[in-house]
Ligand binder design. Structure first.
Ligand SMILES: Cc1cc2nc3c(=O)[nH]c(=O)nc-3n(C[C@H](O)[C@H](O)[C@H](O)COP(=O)(O)OP(=O)(O)OC[C@H]3O[C@@H](n4cnc5c(N)ncnc54)[C@H](O)[C@@H]3O)c2cc1C
Length: 409
């Protein structure tokens, strides 16, 4: 039987995993990448260290229009299989608190090993090659790039989403899929900082504080996470906020009120917080209020909490009324930041929404609309939480599509 000639459109994580798997399964594979090099986005991942998967991957870490397909794909390609893939291409994985990285701590090592594996399997990589059009033709496809048409039996579309467009994924893959008849769930940035009124953030820029962040949409608790919150003059950010961003932005897009509440003393119950503060007031009551928070909370944040609770910074702590003391406790445990949007695709890590997953076969990710076309990665309507889940989806979906495309007849 003649080998399937496969074009993989997009040389990101999903495209390269697809190419390696398809070539390993006997296909003749070409990667078409619009950028000057493959794996550009991978280099920025995990702060340059590439958190490529997680020890506990499950469907509830993802948002999508088709949970069953996500479940099936990550069931077929669980963490152990991604680790085996990494080892096979030359990466030694190390695990820190469930997050997997290359032992070298270098995202560039992952890109280099992917490129080396492609070379060993004789995958052709064509860079600076933007695919402009894909046309079904005689049981295969004509792919138009650089004004030239080339025939391939199968296509794997792995053009990424719209996040971090400077890495090459600017959303043009949605048009390619759309022109082939695919539908799109509305896209919006995810794993992104959340913007708030300037007045709410005034004086807080630059603060980093440990907190439990709770997302309320129309007054209802939707999600919570703990970690370091970062304040800028436009937004609240940091991984803990990223984890809440999908649901916050979904709510905001639907015209609902979204609010982040920050508890700066998350390890204590409300009663414990109150008695901690009362004890501190007994012991350190002679100190002026402005100095009283030093030692357990960022000074600028403390100044703001005092102001909001109606306490004068120069009065002694023992002079603060019980009512103001109560208000101070409330602000410390539930500092409210109404949020109204995101910092946009330029500053987001992933894209929520995308090509409908329901329009693909759950086992192979072959298009249900155009046979012979496979889809993988962030282009599809799947986005995960922070922690290696998005790259896990990229590898897993790429491998599923690559294998199926290579073995299809
Ligand atoms: C700053 C940052 C940090 C991140 N850190 C992590 C992390 O630590 N862990 C994690 O799990 N996830 C992380 N992510 C998310 C993760 O990187 C992505 O979800 C993943 O890379 C998506 O892979 P992909 O192959 O689907 O898309 P991409 O990596 O975006 O690749 C798509 C490729 O297709 C090319 N392309 C697009 N259109 C065309 C066309 N028409 N013709 C030819 N080529 C085309 C693009 O140039 C691009 O190279 C991070 C993202 C960012 C932005």
């Amino acid at each position: 039987m003649a080998k399937n000639r496969i074009a993989v459109v997009g040389g990101g994580a999903a495209g390269l995993a697809a190419a390696i798997t398809a070539a390993g399964s006997g296909a003749c594979v070409t990667v078409l990448e619009r950028g000057e090099r493959v794996g550009r986005k991978l280099l920025s991942t995990g702060n340059g260290r590439c958190n490529f998967t997680h020890a506990n991957v499950s469907a509830d870490r993802y948002f999508s229009d088709c949970r069953e397909t996500v479940e099936y794909i990550i069931g077929q390609y669980p963490t152990e299989r991604i680790l085996a893939f990494m080892e096979k291409i030359g990466i030694l994985p190390v695990c820190r608190d469930g997050y997997y990285y290359p032992a070298s701590n270098q995202a560039a090592a992952v890109v280099d090993c992917l490129r080396a594996a492609c070379e060993e399997l004789q995958v052709q990589i064509q860079c600076s090659c933007q695919v402009e059009k894909i046309t079904p033709f005689k049981g295969g496809f004509l792919v138009t790039a650089k004004g030239k048409e080339t025939f391939y039996h199968r296509i794997i579309l792995a053009c990424g989403g719209q996040a971090a467009p400077f890495t090459g994924s600017d959303g043009n893959g949605y048009e390619l899929a759309g022109r082939l008849g695919h539908g799109l769930s509305p896209v919006f940035p995810a794993l992104a900082g959340l913007t708030a009124e300037k007045a709410r953030l005034k004086g807080l820029a630059g603060i980093r504080a440990a907190a439990r962040a709770s997302l309320f949409v129309e007054g209802r608790l939707v999600a919570e996470d703990s970690g370091e919150v970062q304040f800028t003059d436009q937004a609240v950010s940091g991984i803990v906020i990223f984890q809440l961003s999908h649901q916050a932005l979904e709510g905001i897009r639907a015209g609902r009120r979204a609010e982040i509440r920050l508890n700066f003393l998350p390890h204590q119950s409300e009663r414990e917080v109150l008695s901690f503060l009362q004890d501190r007031r007994r012991r350190l009551g002679e100190r002026p209020a402005e100095e009283w928070g030093i030692g357990f909370i960022h000074r600028k944040l403390w100044d703001r909490l005092l102001k909001e609770a109606g306490c004068r910074p120069d009065c002694l702590m023992k002079e603060i009324s019980d009512a103001n003391f109560q208000r101070l406790t409330q602000r410390l445990t539930a500092f409210r930041v109404p949020v109204n949007g995101s910092l946009g695709f330029d500053r987001a890590q992933v894209t929520a929404g995308g090509v409908n997953l329901t329009e693909t076969e759950p086992k192979t990710l072959e298009s249900r609309i155009v046979p012979g076309l496979y889809l993988a990665g962030e282009l599809l309507n799947v986005d995960g939480l922070c922690g290696g889940y998005n790259l896990h989806w990229a590898w897993a979906s790429g491998m599923a599509a690559g294998e199926a495309a290579a073995l299809s007849q």
